[in-house]
Design a protein around this ligand. Structure first.
Ligand SMILES: [Zn+2]
Length: 140
């Protein structure tokens, strides 16, 4: 059995029609590519660098995420670790969120200036405070 060769019917176009079709295809492709480029440019604009108000950590985040965090923390941006610390503080002590953030900032400042610089002295002072507090409890 002899195979019949595949045949396609190609519409016969004159040069002018062919040029019009090519121009139309190119315009369509450029339109698709420009939409992708607009999306990429839009994405680049929405990523910003945010700095934690408590510890100073810098992170690249989307505009939406930054504004969501700022709405939750009275207009300030806090990193994930500090937000967990502030939440923990709020769970133990029902205070205003600003007060919890101030307390956390003070804790970080004290940690960086005392404990990080001289951990042995800090441990000694913590033990002294613990002994002092338990002595006060016994007296009461
Ligand atoms: Zn932080």
């Amino acid at each position: 059995m002899k195979k019949k060769p595949l045949s396609f019917q190609v519409p016969i176009m004159n040069d002018h029609q062919l040029l019009r079709k090519v121009a139309s295809d190119v315009t369509s492709e450029i339109s698709k590519l420009s939409k992708y480029l607009e999306a990429i440019v839009e994405l680049d604009e929405t990523i910003l660098q945010a700095e934690c108000d408590c510890c100073g950590l810098k992170e690249e985040c989307t505009k939406e995420y930054i504004s969501r965090i700022r709405n939750s923390y009275s207009g300030r941006w806090v990193c994930g670790l500090c937000s967990e610390a502030v939440k923990e503080r709020l769970n133990h002590d029902p205070v205003a969120i600003e007060e919890a953030m101030i307390t956390h900032r003070k804790f970080l400042r004290d940690f960086n200036t005392n404990i990080r610089v001289n951990p042995k002295l800090s441990l000694t002072l913590a033990m002294k405070n613990l002994a002092k507090r338990s002595g006060e409890k016994r007296r009461n």
